[in-house]
Design a protein around this ligand. Structure first.
Ligand code: PEP
Length: 281
């Protein structure tokens, strides 16, 4: 994945009609945790209305507490895929935590007639789950969105990406999502989007930023813009190729991370503002 003399070209892959490389720009908005069929449909409908072809949808939720909602799992996959197809969503970023999840995704895609594509998301808690990295790396059917580990060095997270690549799959997007500190930061995680150009300089992977999991709130700054947008803009200025963002039709009732999802009314402003920043830089 490294950038070396004679090997400078950005890694480019096309998946289900969507191109990913160090020049692309996609917003990947959607439900942190898949919700009812109705909320899922409202979310996809809003994404389509605003011209989006990528979405995030969490079916398997790795939670800090075993008593928190763990995701609907395979039960929700048929309606997620069917509705994604109905609203023209081509790529869904979906976290997986073990091998069986890949089989369940494959099976549900087959049963619903492959209406959409899935990018396997490896969450920050699994960045160093080497067996999982090797197994998602040893298939070429699905690309990978690998989150940076929130408590390890950037170099260690880049080596995690090498685990995936060296198992055979180089269709990887690297995602920054903030770092854990003990300083009582106002945001959930300390923003690390200044590392976007570092990752782009060191490697040939497209780089994503996740402002929702970095900020952890949908608080609005005195200028009327959300903190989620403010930090997304930092990532975009720094050269991010993807922006992963939580939205929900009724954020207060979201099943996971209810404090951070943007509303569907905020979505078009967020998309327009990100596009403006991207154009300006
Ligand atoms: C997520 O994006 O749903 C998620 C759990 O993110 P992270 O792994 O960065 O905490």
């Amino acid at each position: 994945l490294g950038r070396r003399p004679g090997n400078e070209e950005s890694l480019r892959f096309e998946y289900n009609g969507v191109t990913f490389d160090q020049d692309c720009f996609h917003v990947v908005a959607g439900l942190n945790a898949v919700d009812t069929r109705e909320f899922t449909e409202q979310t996809f409908r809003a994404l389509k209305e605003h011209g989006q072809v990528c979405a995030r949808m969490g079916a398997y939720k790795p939670r800090t507490s075993p008593y928190s909602f763990q995701g609907y799992g395979k039960q929700c996959l048929p309606y997620v895929f069917e509705l994604a197809g109905k609203y023209g969503i081509r790529v869904i970023s979906m976290e997986v935590t073990r091998d069986e999840h890949l089989d369940e995704i494959r099976e549900a895609l087959k049963q619903t007639g492959n209406p959409t594509g899935v990018m396997l998301q490896i969450g920050t808690r699994n960045t160093q789950n080497f067996e999982l990295l090797k197994s998602v790396g040893s298939q070429n059917e699905f690309p990978i969105l690998l989150k940076r580990g929130f408590g390890i060095t950037l170099h260690e997270s880049l080596l995690a990406a090498e685990y995936v690549a060296s198992a055979g799959n180089r269709n990887i997007v690297f995602c920054l999502r903030g770092m854990k500190t003990n300083f009582g930061d106002p945001h959930r995680n300390l923003i690390d989007f200044g590392h976007v150009p570092v990752v782009k300089r060191l490697t040939r992977m497209p780089v994503c930023v996740d402002p929702s999991h970095s900020v952890g709130t949908r608080d609005v700054a005195p200028d009327g813009l959300t903190d989620v947008f403010h930090v997304a803009a930092q990532g975009v200025i720094a050269g991010a190729n993807l922006v992963l963002t939580d939205v929900h039709p009724q954020p207060k009732n979201a099943l996971v991370d209810a404090a951070q999802a943007l509303t569907l009314e905020e979505l078009p402003h967020f998309l327009d503002d990100c596009a403006l920043v991207r154009e300006a830089y």
